[in-house]
Write a protein that binds this ligand. Structure first.
Ligand SMILES: Nc1ncnc2c1ncn2[C@@H]1O[C@H](COP(=O)(O)OP(=O)(O)O)[C@@H](O)[C@H]1O
Ligand SMILES: O=C(O)C1=C[C@@H](OP(=O)(O)O)[C@@H](O)[C@H](O)C1
Ligand SMILES: [Mg+2]
Length: 302
């Protein structure tokens, strides 16, 4: 195990990554939200109790920050307030505007949302400076991110960065050691921090991301905003065969192999819509890594 040269990222960054707001404990937030939603509707506690079927003392406890309610009870309150359950515990510090924008977006057809996101980024995100060229490869383990990024970087005469190596350097640990010691959560915090640093350091590069980067919304949003992203797509069997070819100890016997293939199937299915958000998709089936790099370079100049 390597020596640690850095502590875990600071709490605020960590909680941002997790989408949690540790500044305000959940029950206190629930209390504040409930009081606000009720007041906005001009409802008394008694009225809310009558409409929801939740007892008055119980509502008083919740609004006092002491009621650790069940999900079903929360749903009763949300129904009486005529708002989505998630709103009752929402982090509303961004204010009412974001709630209305959310509402508007929810009303749009799903297939239009990608276009809306692109418009928003183009209109409001800081425009890339002239000459900036950040290309990031995404995809599941075995997609070819590491192999192809090196070939593509050579082809385009750009530096190549492997995010997993940056994370290892920052943590002073190997990826699997970070998972063992800090869990998925800790790894994702390092990942976020390293991505921020890499983006700040490189205006042009080819970046091999870590396979799960798409699962962490704030991190993936950052990546999509700053890079031309390329999804290296492959069938689950191809992912499996390639990872197996790397002699991974985790698939050393028949049972582990079956589990690994199931895991690949499950993860790929769950992440497919996220990988699809990348700017380009290259189906790597039947293509050599060199051919994949050539294809990406050709598509980037189109
Ligand atoms: N298009 C491809 N066709 C066949 N094998 C590939 C292809 N891309 C990568 N490989 C091989 O698959 C393995 C995993 O590739 P790697 O670049 O490490 O993937 P990732 O970084 O996405 O996990 C390596 O042994 C690599 O040589
Ligand atoms: O898919 C994932 O969740 C992960 C993929 C790995 O990266 P590679 O895809 O580069 O192997 C590594 O970051 C970590 O084990 C988590
Ligand atoms: Mg890799």
């Amino acid at each position: 195990m390597g020596s640690r040269n850095s502590a875990l990222p600071d709490a605020p960054a960590a909680t941002r990554v997790l989408g949690h707001d540790d500044d305000e404990p959940l029950l206190a937030r629930l209390a504040r939200r409930l009081r606000k939603l009720r007041a906005e509707r001009g409802m008394t506690r008694r009225q809310l109790a009558e409409q929801s079927g939740v007892s008055l003392p119980h509502i008083a406890r919740i609004e006092g920050g002491e009621g650790n309610v069940s999900v079903l009870l929360l749903d009763k309150l949300a129904q009486a307030l005529n708002c989505p359950l998630a709103e009752v515990v929402a982090d509303d510090r961004a204010g009412d505007e974001i709630a209305l924008i959310n509402e508007f977006l929810h009303r749009q057809p799903a297939q239009r949302l990608g276009t809306i996101r692109h418009w928003l980024v183009e209109e409001f995100a800081t425009a890339p400076e002239a000459g900036d060229r950040r290309i990031a490869l995404v995809g599941l383990r075995g997609a070819g991110k590491s192999t192809v990024s090196a070939l593509l970087a050579k082809r385009l005469d750009l530096p190549v960065v492997e995010l997993n190596r940056e994370i290892e350097r920052e943590a002073g640990l190997k990826v699997h050691e970070i998972f063992t010691l800090y869990g998925q959560t800790g790894f994702r915090q390092f990942e976020r921090r390293c991505l921020e640093r890499v983006l700040a350091q490189h205006r042009s590069l080819v970046l091999a991301t870590a396979g799960g980067i798409v699962a962490e919304r704030p991190t993936y949003e950052l990546l999509l905003r700053h890079c031309t992203t390329v999804w290296l797509k492959a069938a689950p069997e191809a992912h499996f065969a390639r990872v197996a070819g790397q002699n991974d100890a985790r698939i050393a016997n028949q049972r582990l192999r079956r589990e690994a293939l199931n895991n690949i199937n499950r993860t790929l299915t769950a992440r497919e819509d996220l990988y699809r958000m990348a700017n380009l998709c290259v189906d790597t089936t039947g293509l050599s890594p060199e051919a994949v790099a050539r294809e990406i370079a050709a598509r980037l100049t189109k």
